[in-house]
Design a protein around this ligand. Sequence first.
Ligand code: ISL
Length: 567
Amino acid sequence: PDQPAWWTRAVVYQVYPRSFMDSDGDGIGDLGGLLQRLDHLEDLGVDVVWLSPIYPSPQADNGYDISDYQDVDPLFGDLTQLDQLIAALHERGMKLVMDLVVNHTSDAHPWFLESRASRTSPKRDWYWWRPPRPGMAAGTPGAEPTNWHSFFSGSTWELDEASGEYYLHLFDRRQPDLNWENPEVRQAVYAMMRWWLDRGVDGFRMDVINMISKDVTPDGELHDGPPLPGLAYGDGSASYLCGPRIHEFLQEMHAAVVAGHESTLLLVGEMPGVTVEQARLFTDPARREVDMVFQFEHVGLDHGVSKWDHRPLRMRDLKASFGRWQAGLAEAGWNSLYWDNHDQPRAVSRFGDDSPRYRRDSATCLATLLHLHRGTPYVYQGEELGMANAPFDSLDDFRDIESLNHYAQAVAAGEDPAQVLAALRRTSRDNARTPVQWDASEHAGFTTGKPWLAVNPDHVRWNAAAQRRDPRSVLAHHKRLIALRHENPVVALGDFTMLLPDHDDVYAFTRSLDGETLLVVCNLGGHEHRLAGLLPEAVGAELVLGNLPDGPPAVLRPWEARVLRPT
Ligand code: ISL
């Protein structure tokens, strides 16, 4: 068979540039800052940097609203610095993956300005324009073309007074959806992607790429979805998640952009709502679509009717979910592995225990799980330091449009403001976006100015400088885990077998390749477990890597993680 792809052995590090490192004192991270901190990434040992959007943008959604795909926003620097970044990463043996946001543009993108200019504009059909519902006056509640609820609250349709038509935006009204049914749109996107590859980038992380195909009838109809409890608008997801032409579009993109470069690039599709069966199709190399997808099952297990409605997470469900994905993509396809990104609350606060007693141990335990599954691990900036959720006090502390819109909508609908605020504290994306904690100084060494989002005060204790000096730190543990993947083919390519699926706390599995086996045993809770009865083979096994100081072999301590070689 063919050689396994390079990314089976790779670890990806996500940089959210706004919060990574500020070089010019304006309080916002930038490319100059990233260039200053490359030693940190090289020392950690990661192979790829995924850079969240740096393109010109009104920043309504921190750059996920792009007004020019082929430049750098002055907020972050310029194209010369981006070229320097590509060269500097390549020199250090690392690759650069860009964020590709092509389900929508900014409403300030020239394509949209031209599209909205008139009903007869040549680019009118580049976006989704629709008249009001038949028999209803434009602008009256319920006159929207469909009843879909936006990811960022309210309707997915915004009325353009000038033309009397609505345009579609699955996200904010400043993020109009591109019409992928139009072949000119697709060719424009592919040309832009080729331009970036010619510049030397090594791949793309494709934002909500499973939303580009909408279920539309030949005469242009879109369908209402079922109502959502307690909300004015309904669930349109059946009309835009993995729509009828999604595989066709991705195969077309692959042929137009990737063909000939597939052995060096990394293509990862972000796909909310994707199932294992669909993911197998998207990632089967024979189908030439993407290399791997970001799926959302494990980050939805603590959600109720919406992400703001918390329900307690059961570790057993978490194991079952990962087990299904590991098994489902064993023969064809490939998993991406993540706990954290810029949209999720911090893993140690959510899946671990961020109390002083267990913060380090639970962060290193979760890291062990991340790096020991079969798939490509993604480390989000600060995760390697055990950064935790922020102590947001009032609404003024939040910046994220999703959080602010949700608060306004929920409070207007009569919900208790204190409870809505409590939900934001737990679940807001801003938890992931506080500046990286480089050292114990004021503003954590992130900026000399005033940070755009407050630095977590716990940086005096939890920071990179301190952890670099401490062999037991979360940082040191991540480093060891990344090295283990690079050194042992079994970590990258071994089969996965789940053990003890019904145990509430103990997460155990084996990885096997060519007669070599690793046994991974993690305690996802604050109580000890006796291994003798549970996994006798673990008791006498050789310790390859653990997260706690030596202890009794037959006892698995709270949040202990062991990678073992059974004898
Ligand atoms: O964050 C989420 C949960 O509230 C998701 O719904 C999220 O919006 C979804 O994963 C899509 O995310 C991506 O596209 C968005 C952007 O805001 C996110 O930052 C990006 O990762 C729109 O471009």
